[in-house]
Write a protein that binds this ligand. Structure first.
Ligand code: ADP
Ligand code: MG
Length: 239
């Protein structure tokens, strides 16, 4: 099957600093791709370029065969391209349920409130927040904030989800909860790019692994084979 996401020669600079250089990456429908790299290697910048939060100075991005150039983040989301933010960004004044319903209320066409809330409830069931629908984000634990961030990204039923360090700082069992959730989503057909430092989760999850170092992709392929290459060992694992 042809790729759902195709990235060619992507480049991004901030002033004189090159954050991404010649990145090529493709994702197949329903695929589970891990993306790793040291802090500052350009992973979140890559997400921001794909999702339309950053303009790029070079390269092409196609989603479902359609060039994304010029499309705003919400327009890309409507096509089925969804991402989480490394720092969760809930609306503080809204309940958990309302937070998840927001993307549906602004979809095209917008869903009426009752239907948006009903779908948001289904989504909260999926991530395991059904009992916390009435709470405000400030009373959630870290792991529940990550689940809320995922629910907000998922409620539009994206074809591709990019999860940017949703496991950072979580305990072993909390990581397992999120991992199980991501597997369940993938089982429903959603392709997932998992950006993560928790290596046991990345290796358990990924069918393929890509590695960024200093804005370049230095590996892409079978996870065990990629982790065993000297470049990745030297640059990423520091051995
Ligand atoms: P990662 O997610 O892999 O840790 P980032 O993509 O966040 O890395 O950052 C890559 C590099 O780009 C870093 O050196 C970072 O300081 C820089 N950078 C990221 N966003 C900006 C920005 N908005 N303005 C200037 N520099 C940025
Ligand atoms: Mg990052």
């Amino acid at each position: 099957m042809s790729a759902i996401l195709e990235v060619e020669n992507l480049g991004k600079t901030f002033g004189g600093f090159t954050a991404l250089n010649g990145i090529a990456l493709s994702v197949a429908p329903g695929e589970r791709l891990g993306l790793i790299g040291p802090n500052g290697s350009g992973k979140s910048t890559f997400v921001n370029c794909i999702a339309g939060d950053f303009a790029t100075h070079a390269g092409a991005v196609r989603f479902k065969g359609q060039p994304l150039v010029g499309l705003k983040p919400h327009e890309r989301a409507r096509l089925g391209l969804s991402r989480t933010f490394q720092l969760p960004r809930p609306f503080r004044s809204l309940t958990v349920l309302e937070n998840v319903a927001v993307p549906l209320r602004f979809s095209v066409p917008p869903l009426p409130e009752a239907e948006a809330h009903s779908r948001a409830r289904d989504c909260l069931d999926l991530v395991g927040l059904q009992d916390k629908a009435h709470l405000h984000p400030h009373s959630l634990t870290q792991v529940d904030l990550r689940k809320l961030e995922l629910a907000r990204a998922l409620v539009g039923e994206p074809a591709l989800l990019i999860a940017d360090e949703v496991m950072a700082g979580l305990s072993h069992s909390e990581v397992d909860q999120i991992l199980e959730l991501l597997f369940a989503l993938n089982g429903r057909g959603t392709a997932i790019i998992m950006i993560e430092h928790v290596m046991r989760a990345v290796t358990a999850f990924s069918q393929r692994l890509a590695v960024f170092v200093a804005g370049r992709k230095i590996g892409d392929g079978d996870p065990q084979a990629v982790l065993a290459t000297p470049e990745v060992e030297a640059a990423y694992l520091g051995t």
